[in-house]
Ligand binder design. Sequence first.
Ligand SMILES: Cc1cc2nc3c(=O)[nH]c(=O)nc-3n(C[C@H](O)[C@H](O)[C@H](O)COP(=O)(O)OP(=O)(O)OC[C@H]3O[C@@H](n4cnc5c(N)ncnc54)[C@H](O)[C@@H]3O)c2cc1C
Ligand code: FES
Length: 256
Amino acid sequence: MKDLRVTVLSNAPIAAGVNQMTFSLPERVEGLRCGRFVNLSVGDGAHLLRRPIAICEYTDATVTICYQIKGAGTKLLSQKKAGDELTCVLPLGNGFVLREEERRVALVVGGVGVFPMISVLKEYAGTGRAFCSYIGFRNAASVCGEKAFRAESERVSLVTDDGSFGEKTNAVAAFFADFDKAKPDVILSCGPAPMLRALKAGLAERGVKVPCYVSLEERMGCGVGACLVCVCDLANGARARVCKDGPVFEIGEVTL
Ligand SMILES: Cc1cc2nc3c(=O)[nH]c(=O)nc-3n(C[C@H](O)[C@H](O)[C@H](O)COP(=O)(O)OP(=O)(O)OC[C@H]3O[C@@H](n4cnc5c(N)ncnc54)[C@H](O)[C@@H]3O)c2cc1C
Ligand code: FES
């Protein structure tokens, strides 16, 4: 993990209220991988807390993130221009790891959850795995990342809550409707808490024994396991830090 001064290379909208930013790294960083995240300053003394954002793509010299402009911090981030400097702690968290025998992979994704999943697709491209992707957005204007999913997936179901793009349904319903065809060895999911809860309930109702890993979003402070702002409850009664012990957990392990 490093705390670096990074330089914005580009920062532009890719969908309604969503920006993509690429920044350059001043040195090589070990351990960049899918599902891990960065904790990025927003470049303003009034907003001291850094913002956690998933790594979407990376090279030896650059990292690309995509973020929804939500509150004051991400609004400030959206105003950054090429050449501006930010401070960034990276890489953080555990990330997604596929076992060798996990060949058929179902991705159940909602909203800005697409960005960590794009990093999974890129990381495991060329490993002979079959990805089946079920992606839900609020409406057509929010759709983004489609190209990356279509390029790497055997099957893609892209749906919206209001039916303005694709079928009018949600990612979890689309996944279960296709479950018998997808035949996943493993399920990876990232999206809003209600979506993860629906996925967990659906797996339990159907008695599905396929391993399922979810990436959680919690409010964060330090991002490195020291402040306990991000703790979540585990099914066994213990507590875990989403930033350090996660953000990826086995779905049965966490209380959603
Ligand atoms: C591991 C992880 C990865 C994430 N990856 C992405 C991503 O790839 N793209 C994306 O758009 N968003 C992502 N988020 C959510 C993103 O961190 C928040 O949307 C962002 O921090 C909001 O900041 P704000 O100042 O604009 O909003 P405000 O609501 O003004 O934020 C106030 C405070 O709450 C925290 N906060 C608010 N919402 C969240 C949230 N959902 N999760 C965590 N902290 C929050 C902020 O960091 C800040 O400290 C991720 C969150 C986590 C924990
Ligand atoms: S954000 Fe500080 S312990 Fe997780």
